[in-house]
Design a protein around this ligand. Structure first.
Ligand SMILES: Nc1ncnc2c1ncn2[C@@H]1O[C@H](COP(=O)(O)OP(=O)(O)O)[C@@H](O)[C@H]1O
Ligand SMILES: [Mg+2]
Length: 320
């Protein structure tokens, strides 16, 4: 952890237990994941559905139990002593979810939803301060403060996600974890919400983990990108180098499948050509070996560690 890191995640493991055909199985949703988020940056987390992105976010905020690992926020362990730190943590790390409709209470006004966590933790000294802070948050996300009196069903999808972002920024958090925040929106609205998040990052100096299965979306907002595959981190890089010169074969496959002109090209790209292996199988070697175009014998038996290649780049591949 360096002084510029807000969040440091070290050797994080999260497992679930599932039953199939009467037998219990361990699902390794997050496997030995290490990364950090620096003050003022957007770290994109990208990977196919099921790669463990959501579980990483949920484990950091304590919604899932870590099997092993260390998570520090501003140098303080936030995995243990959860109860003591809960109040602080729910103000310091805020989530933005994919579906703002599901995360907003339909019977509460927008103002009440935006103020909710602040109310629970008693951060407003008076009614008028609460009103002022809610109006400020709504203005920051491009909504007129009069929206505070409305209910979620009166808003469009884009407006609802703006409310979701207002809820997240109101307590001036240290870190925002946005999990697929634009995936439920129409493409034209996606761009607006992404622009808003980029503007807020600049204006408010926000630090963000931006989780998405869509590399095209991640590319638009991230300073650095972490690529996940089957619970493992396979590459971490500044965004520019990642796109110009991807080091991991899986990253190359992902980039090849980002649509350029016609979304239909996505199918010819590559990512749908192979299916991720079953999570029920224990992976001994490289988790990507059975889809990898350059896999060798070594890749089947020896799991590659995430190695630092340069100050800004790390990759988990025997041949990168
Ligand atoms: N509550 C749960 N119980 C059992 N398995 C789960 C649970 N949540 C997630 N998983 C499994 O963990 C893996 C990672 O899921 P997730 O973190 O949601 O991936 P992503 O967000 O990248 O799509 C998947 O195989 C998923 O099925
Ligand atoms: Mg997810």
């Amino acid at each position: 952890m360096t002084s510029q890191d807000i969040l440091s995640v070290r050797n994080l493991h999260t497992t679930f237990t599932a039953k199939r055909a009467g037998r219990k199985y361990k699902i390794r949703a997050v496997s030995d994941v290490s990364f950090s988020v620096r003050r003022g940056e957007v770290l994109g987390i990208v990977g196919e559905s099921g790669s463990g992105k959501t579980t990483v976010g949920r484990t950091i905020i304590g919604l899932e139990r870590a099997e092993a690992g260390d998570v520090q926020l501003n140098g303080k362990d936030i995995l243990s002593n959860k109860n003591r730190a809960a109040r602080e943590l729910s103000l310091k790390v805020r989530m933005v979810f994919q579906d703002p409709y599901a995360s907003l209470n339909p019977r509460r006004t927008v103002a009440d939803s935006v103020a909710e966590t602040g109310d629970i933790h008693g951060i407003f000294s008076s009614r008028s301060e609460r009103e002022r802070r809610v109006a400020e948050a709504l203005t920051q996300v491009g909504l007129d403060p009069s929206f505070g009196a409305r209910f979620p069903h009166e808003l469009s999808g884009g407006q609802r996600q703006r409310v979701g972002i207002a809820r997240a920024i109101l307590p001036a958090p240290d870190l925002i974890i946005a999990d697929e925040p634009v995936s439920a929106l129409d493409v034209s609205i996606q761009a607006q919400v992404l622009n808003l998040m980029a503007d807020l990052k600049e204006q408010l100096g926000l630090t963000m983990m931006f989780i998405s299965h869509d590399l095209g979306v991640v590319a638009q907002i991230s300073d650095r990108v972490a690529v996940m595959y089957l619970g493992n981190l396979v590459e971490v890089s500044d965004a520019r180098s990642l796109f110009d010169d991807p080091l991991h074969p899986y990253t190359r496959l992902l980039i090849a499948s980002v649509p350029r002109i016609d979304p239909a090209l996505r199918i010819s790209g590559g990512i749908e050509k192979g299916e991720p292996p079953s999570r029920f199988a224990e992976v001994r070697g490289c988790p990507f070996s059975d889809r990898c175009p350059i896999a060798a014998d070594r890749c089947l038996s020896e799991r590659p560690e995430l190695r630092q290649k340069t100050a800004e780049r790390a990759v988990a591949c025997h041949f990168a």
